[in-house]
Ligand binder design. Structure first.
Ligand SMILES: [Mg+2]
Length: 118
């Protein structure tokens, strides 16, 4: 079972993502801000990451750039809010594999993660 890390500063978002991925993926770490995301990635080396954009300390784009520089093979899916199109484009250009827009459908989330492994 692929091991994932969920990064979001909102508890409810992490919980919902975790529920949507349960059964098919093992969530090995959850991070609430950008700094925690980088340190937990290094500790757990997850197979994939869902990465919120708007977060304290370090935003998702900074986390993405930091991780891709060290781990070019990292599988990172960006989680954005509506109206963050520009940031999403930047993230895709910087190496994100896909993006999910909040509020998201469970099916869209699963498709985005499943695609990373096919
Ligand atoms: Mg956020």
């Amino acid at each position: 079972m692929p091991r994932g890390m969920i990064v979001d500063d909102a508890d409810i978002m992490r919980l919902r993502l975790k529920e949507m991925l349960a059964g098919q993926y093992e969530i090995v770490a959850e991070a609430r801000d950008g700094e925690e995301a980088v340190s937990l990635y290094e500790k757990h080396k997850p197979d994939f990451v869902t990465l919120d954009i708007t977060m304290p300390k370090m935003n998702g784009l900074q986390v993405l750039e930091n991780l891709i520089k060290k781990y070019p093979e990292a599988k990172i899916v960006i989680v954005s809010a509506v109206g963050q199109k520009q940031l999403v484009f930047q993230a895709l250009a910087a190496g994100a594999k896909d993006f999910i827009v909040k509020p998201f459908e469970p099916e869209r989330v699963r498709v985005a993660i499943d695609r990373l492994f096919n």
